[in-house]
Design a protein around this ligand. Structure first.
Ligand code: AMP
Length: 299
């Protein structure tokens, strides 16, 4: 695996593959690679002839300077892990390569960007994400780009921009990789002190509590969200938000009518973590599914 730092180098490294009609997969990351990232690289390896991993800590999507400054960085280790997982090329540009002097264009996805993470972190967060992902797709021109369901709202934003801008790329989504105790892998987990690491289990516990309620037939958003919040409080964690939303639009859902996404965010000390789970309604004998009449027996 080789490392390239400029768009010109990236394009010339990919030119022979493109000329030969080979497929190119792109895995955009901010580095500090973990098993979640590696699952995306491994899938790209299975599905594509050439695999590019980008490592770029995108300043435009950070709403807090301190978060950007302490974001973990270890390019040498990232290069080793990416190579082991099957990457052919690591694209690790400098900030000036991505945002040269005079840069003045941004991509903004309306609607879905405005809720949850967008509301909590401000419009610049998803504007930064949408702009950098659009740029990375234009730079590498992959056939497929791989993203994690861990960042569910980001995934919807990216699907929207790819469709709206007619980008000739397939957006592939992979499930969240978790630690054995349920904590979703995240580069920010490395910043948790041991006591904070234990409290971070509030997030998977909240998802589990809601999942259990749903499995018992609970469909009211209020009850599911109360259950999730209660589970977090048991760890001494106050959520920043816990919401039940339509997984395609991120509009709030008042009940579990079909597959619905439970999304949450919480700060554990200085570290802000997010997680989500898809909930599906189960049918209790006394409950019709939405739009369905209760069958009555007439003698
Ligand atoms: P990041 O480096 O955090 O920007 O993440 C790069 C890509 O990896 C994004 O598409 C994330 O959704 C994905 N990702 C991050 N954490 C996980 C995880 N635990 N499981 C699967 N994918 C993940």
């Amino acid at each position: 695996m080789s490392t390239v730092r400029t768009v010109a180098e990236l394009r010339s490294a990919l030119a022979p593959a493109r000329r030969d009609g080979l497929t190119i997969g792109l895995v955009p990351t901010m580095g500090a690679l973990h098993e979640g990232h590696l699952s995306l690289i491994a899938r790209a390896r299975e599905q594509c002839d050439r695999v590019v991993v980008s490592v770029f800590v995108n300043p435009a999507q950070f709403d807090e300077r301190a978060d950007l400054e302490r974001y973990p960085r270890d390019e040498r280790r990232d290069a080793e892990l990416a190579a082991e997982a099957g990457a052919d090329l690591l694209f690790a540009p400098a900030v000036e390569e991505v945002y040269p002097q005079g840069f003045a264009t941004t991509v903004e996805v309306l609607g879905v960007s405005e809720r949850l993470e967008g509301a909590a972190r401000g419009a610049e967060h998803f504007r930064g994400v949408a702009t950098v992902v659009t740029k990375l797709l234009c730079m590498a021109m992959p056939d497929v780009a791989y993203f994690g369901q861990k960042d569910a709202q980001q995934l919807v934003v990216i699907r929207r921009l790819a469709a709206d801008l007619n980008l000739p790329v397939r957006i592939a989504a992979l499930p969240t990789v978790r630690e054995p105790d349920g904590l979703a892998l995240s580069s920010r987990n490395a910043l948790l002190a041991p006591a904070e690491r234990a409290r971070a289990l509030a997030l998977p516990a909240a998802l589990q509590a809601a999942r259990e309620l749903a499995a018992d037939g609970e469909r009211s958003a209020e009850a599911l969200l109360d259950g999730a919040r209660e589970a977090m409080r048991a760890f001494g964690v106050e959520p920043e938000y816990v919401e039940l939303v339509d997984p395609d639009t991120f509009e709030p859902a008042s009940s579990l009518a079909g597959e619905t996404l439970l999304a949450l965010a919480a700060r554990i000390g200085e570290v802000r973590l997010i997680d989500n789970a898809m909930l599906a309604p189960v049918r209790r004998a006394d409950q019709p599914l939405e739009g369905e009449a209760i069958a009555t027996c007439s003698a």
